[in-house]
Write a protein that binds this ligand. Structure first.
Ligand code: NDP
Length: 333
């Protein structure tokens, strides 16, 4: 069993010395446990938060443990009822070639025949697709004619949010890094306008937002935080809603300290943080809705698959460099 262990708490951007790759023997299974051969691991920005020893919605990854990640794989041995060798499963396990999971935990059997690729359980049918679905339908509740601004727009969540916004009849503006990603926003994902934040200071970014949204912004889907959120707040309309999904620009740095919160008061606006786990009991509904849209060809989604557990760190760091072109996934088998 090859495992990607956390051995030191990263200070800022994670570096090689914070992790160790080890080969460990497979432990024997206790009653109620089963052994998974992991095929793919989902590399999510949230993992960065789990590496810190700070209060969060999950306990921090313990030093010496494999880095926590959602994986999809096949049961290869089982002492647990309901899990049979050959079953495909998805769950919160670790970046490791094999995981021991417990019946009654977060790992569940998935219907592999329903998807063209098991990776879909980590992208469109996984947390990413559900975050976009519930973030848009429940938190933003868009109405036709409204203007929606999405940050991190060319990413896994953002690209889906923009498309769902278009389907709801919104004018959709995306912020992303670089001309190639901006071209993808309008050409591939159907955004009405794209703003490249790279090389812009707060003032230039605010000017670009103002130009793209001359009538102001009614809905914000925020994935990035920092300077971009600050610039965006200067353009919100009365009773705007800001869905606070992520703050990726602040995950490896001290928090930026949003300076324009006053605008929320001025505009009687709502800012609402949310976690996808709030909607746990409605996951089947969300996954069915997203699967339906994919079947109809109404939704485009991209996956970026890097190969090999030895590439876990560079693959993970793509999320912070912006070099991932779609949902970041690591192939383990
Ligand atoms: P993405 O596929 O969007 O990848 C991350 C992207 O973030 C990068 O490609 C990069 O795009 C952008 N980025 C990274 N660093 C910066 C920076 N300093 N400034 C601006 N942009 C940056 O990842 P996901 O779709 O998986 O996640 C997107 C967001 O959604 C994250 O904030 C994540 O934490 C959040 N999330 C929240 C959930 C919840 O339950 N609340 C669930 C799932 C995700 P670019 O090239 O454009 O810079």
């Amino acid at each position: 069993n090859r495992r990607f262990l956390l051995v030191a708490r990263p200070d800022g951007m994670p570096k090689r010395d914070d992790f160790r790759l080890v080969d460990a023997p497979l432990p024997p299974l206790a009653p109620g446990q089963f052994l998974i051969r992991n095929h793919y691991a989902s590399l999510d920005p949230a993992i960065r938060g789990w590496l810190d020893d700070a209060p969060s919605y999950l306990p921090p990854v313990a030093l010496g443990d494999p880095v926590r990640a959602t994986t999809v794989g096949v049961v290869i041995a089982s002492e647990a009822e309901g899990f049979t060798p050959g079953d495909w499963v998805m769950g919160l396990n670790g970046i490791e070639t094999h995981s021991v999971a417990q019946a009654g935990g977060f790992t569940q059997v998935v219907d592999i025949d329903a998807v063209p690729s098991p990776t879909h359980f980590l992208s469109i049918l996984g947390a990413v697709g559900l975050t976009a679905y519930f973030g848009v339908t429940e938190i933003l509740q868009p109405k036709a004619g409204q203007t929606l601004l999405v940050s991190g727009a060319a990413g896994a969540v953002g690209s889906l949010v923009g498309q769902l916004g278009k389907r709801a009849g919104c004018r959709v503006i995306g912020i992303a890094g670089g001309p190639a990603k901006c071209a993808r926003l309008t050409d591939d994902y159907g955004f009405d306008a794209a703003i490249d934040y790279r090389g812009k200071d707060g003032e230039a970014l605010s000017a670009a937002i103002g130009q793209a949204a001359p009538d102001g912004i009614d809905l914000v889907f925020e994935n990035v935080g920092g300077m971009g959120l600050d610039a965006t707040l200067l353009h919100i309309n009365q009773h705007a809603t800001v869905a606070l999904c992520g703050l990726i620009s602040e995950y490896n740095t001290a928090h930026y300290g949003t300076r324009n919160l006053w605008q929320l008061i001025v505009k009687c606006a709502t800012i609402r943080g949310f976690l996808i786990s709030e909607f746990l009991d409605r996951f089947p509904e969300g996954a069915a809705a997203m699967a339906g849209l994919v079947r109809e060809g109404a939704l485009r989604f991209d996956e970026h698959i890097d190969e090999g557990i030895d590439n876990a760190l560079p693959a993970f760091l793509r999320l912070f460099e912006g070099s991932n072109q779609g949902k970041m996934i690591l192939k383990l088998a």
